[in-house]
Design a protein around this ligand. Structure first.
Ligand SMILES: Cc1cc2nc3c(=O)[nH]c(=O)nc-3n(C[C@H](O)[C@H](O)[C@H](O)COP(=O)(O)OP(=O)(O)OC[C@H]3O[C@@H](n4cnc5c(N)ncnc54)[C@H](O)[C@@H]3O)c2cc1C
Length: 345
């Protein structure tokens, strides 16, 4: 236990100068130390992060970034952690969490919607619907922040929010705020240039078509009902693990179907299991470790590859203890080398 009343694991020694500077730069409630990452993610998996910063506004975020730049401490940006696999060993650095303080929703005279990165996605979609706008309804059931959605190009029913993004306001590592236009955001299926860690989305602008709010409300209710019927709800999970692949889709169907055809639906490793309800979901049965999830990801990827010749890629991203964030299948491939077959990494 340190003299000032908190203890840190040995692995955190390198984070200590940054923590001292963050304590000077931020109000006490914006900084948490040695916080289990399991409390910050939907899978309820993950060891402690040395420090978690939850800034209350752009100025506080900028102050935190200045400390991070000055001390060179590893850092990552997270929203609600609904697409993240945190490691059993935690993270030796600073997690910057974009929370509800980064809310806000407005519509300008040209009908462009501007909304904050910390807004809860279902709340964003409801406000778009109530404004009589169509195009966001597919995202009504997605349990993350708007910043996460814009970064992941999240969506459902073959849509991604990127279709409607006009621009994103991004705070760079050096504290400068710039507006990145749609053409430079590099949107692809569940992909964007923002995933390469270029900066922090603080808000985004969207354009939608006019729609009938009564019809849109009915559509939203139908989408939520269909999701409730299809997706597991009791056990902790991170939604779909693998992204759909057009070649696989035409051969067998979506990833869940391919995993089922490979005989893996319901299969468990440790505390993790391919959901018996929907095989593209991995559920935490209570004591799952990140290694269990990664092993299941490797098993599904290699089994489906054996069956079809197609290697599925994970949508879920893994945070390593050193701060590297990569699609989980890439990490699984290094942990569990191929058993004699050639698969792309
Ligand atoms: C039950 C369930 C159902 C789901 N259904 C769907 C679905 O239908 N469709 C779908 O697309 N996804 C779905 N997801 C996945 C997830 O909800 C989305 O990807 C969501 O948009 C992620 O938001 P988040 O705030 O949780 O981001 P996080 O998981 O915290 O982060 C995801 C990535 O975005 C980055 N990031 C987050 N916020 C910012 C920011 N402000 N600036 C820069 N980078 C940032 C992180 O660094 C990370 O790389 C589901 C998840 C669950 C648990």
């Amino acid at each position: 236990m340190a003299a000032d009343g908190f203890s840190l694991s040995d692995g955190a020694a390198s984070t200590r100068p940054a923590i001292d500077a963050l304590r000077d730069a931020l109000p006490a409630e914006a900084l948490a130390l040695d916080l289990p990452l399991a409390t910050l993610g939907r899978w309820r998996i993950g060891g402690p992060a040395d420090a978690v910063v939850t800034p209350r506004d752009v100025d506080a975020l900028r102050a935190a970034l200045m400390v991070i730049a000055r001390t060179g401490v590893p850092h990552v940006i997270v929203g609600d952690g609904s697409n993240l696999l945190y490691d059993d060993a935690g993270f030796r650095g600073v997690v910057v969490r974009i929370g509800r303080a980064f809310g806000g929703f407005s519509i300008d005279a040209d009908g462009v919607v501007e909304a904050g990165a910390g807004l809860w996605v279902p709340s964003f979609v409801r406000q778009v619907i109530e404004a009589g706008m169509a195009g966001a309804t597919h995202a009504i059931g997605i349990p993350g922040t708007l910043g996460g959605l814009v970064t992941m190009n999240g969506g459902s029913q073959r849509h991604g929010i990127g279709e409607n993004v006009v621009s994103a306001d991004v705070l760079a590592r050096d504290g400068t705020l710039s507006r990145i236009e749609h053409a430079d955001l590099g949107y692809g299926y569940r992909r964007s240039a923002l995933q390469s860690g270029g900066g922090i989305v603080v808000s985004a602008r969207f354009r939608f078509k006019a729609g009938d709010r009564h019809a849109l409300r009915r559509e939203a209710i139908a989408i939520l009902a269909a999701r409730r019927a299809k997706f597991p709800r009791v056990r902790a999970n991170c939604g779909s693990v693998f992204v759909s692949d057009p070649a696989l889709y035409s051969l067998i169907g979506p990833p869940g179907m391919a995993i089922e055809k490979a005989g893996l639906k319901g299969t468990s490793i440790g505390g993790a299991q391919f959901s018996p309800d929907h095989a593209n979901f991995i559920v935490n049965n209570g004591d799952a470790r990140s290694r269990d999830v990664l092993e299941l990801i490797h098993l599904a990827r290699s089994s489906v590859h054996n069956l079809t010749g197609i290697a599925m890629d994970a949508e879920v991203r893994h945070l390593a203890p050193n701060g590297t964030m990569r699609p989980a299948h890439e990490v699984a491939a290094t942990l569990f080398p191929d058993s004699g077959q050639e698969m792309p990494r």
